[in-house]
Design a protein around this ligand. Structure first.
Ligand code: GLV
Ligand code: MN
Length: 228
């Protein structure tokens, strides 16, 4: 009987060791899953709902599917914070489906700011090509890591952490962000807290920020302009 019990315990230990070894690489895997075929150009109109998008019929895929020329011209429409953001994600470029990559081009007028935000599904690599940008991100220990970047310089932002870019130069600034996800997602902190639908109730925010309702109402009245 005792032999049987120790046999079961040994069995359990072997299984737990096996499971933890199998799980380890998965837990440290914070990018999109790898592709199971050469390509899977997204069929964005398919009614099928899966993680990512179903593939367009490979028989109908041509070189044009792997080509994107939407960055040829600089953008001309700037938001309230003096930024023009062009996303080259799976929605703009369906060939990225299953390939685990995407990019953004971000243009700044003087004083322009890409306000504090997170990407829930990606690490970001930021390359400045023009101007002078103050780039920063905050760790979970609430340490601000920052640099003032000029052309040719790169900063990396770990996944899911709050970060921002502010044009601190005299002229325009331009940078490219590269992501290890076809769909990094973006959540801007100010509209998430002060312009959600429905709004977060005042008592939640007055307590969280340790201020009175007048201040929360003032921020709420201004935050809606930040909604992309
Ligand atoms: C910059 O942080 C971007 O997300 O494009
Ligand atoms: Mn970003």
């Amino acid at each position: 009987m005792q032999n049987m019990a120790s046999y079961n315990v040994i069995h359990l230990v072997i299984w737990l060791t096996f499971l933890s070894l199998v799980q380890l690489p998965m837990r440290s895997h914070c990018a999109d899953p790898g592709p199971l075929q050469d390509f899977c150009v997204a069929d964005l109109n398919s009614p099928v709902l899966v993680n990512g998008f179903p593939c367009k019929n490979p028989a109908n895929v041509t070189s044009n599917d792997f080509f994107f020329d939407g960055l040829q011209k600089l953008g001309t429409v700037f938001d309230a914070l003096n930024v023009n953001l062009t996303e080259v994600d799976v929605f703009a470029f369906p060939a990225l489906n299953t390939l685990g990559m995407s990019m953004n081009r971000v243009q700044f007028h003087p004083g322009g700011e890409n306000p504090p935000h997170i990407h829930p599904r990606a690490t970001e690599l930021s390359l400045v090509t023009e101007g002078k940008l103050f780039v920063g991100w905050v760790s979970t220990a609430y340490t601000l890591n920052w640099k003032i970047l000029t052309a040719g310089q790169v900063f990396v932002i770990p996944p899911g952490l709050v970060h921002f870019q502010l044009n601190v130069g005299k002229g325009n600034a331009l940078f490219y962000a590269f992501f290890n996800s076809q769909n990094p997602g973006i959540s801007k902190i100010a509209p998430a807290l002060f312009a959600s639908t429905p709004l977060i109730p005042d008592p939640v925010l007055t307590t969280a920020f340790n201020v009175n309702k007048t201040i929360i109402d003032l921020i709420k009245s201004r935050a809606s302009v930040l909604i992309p």
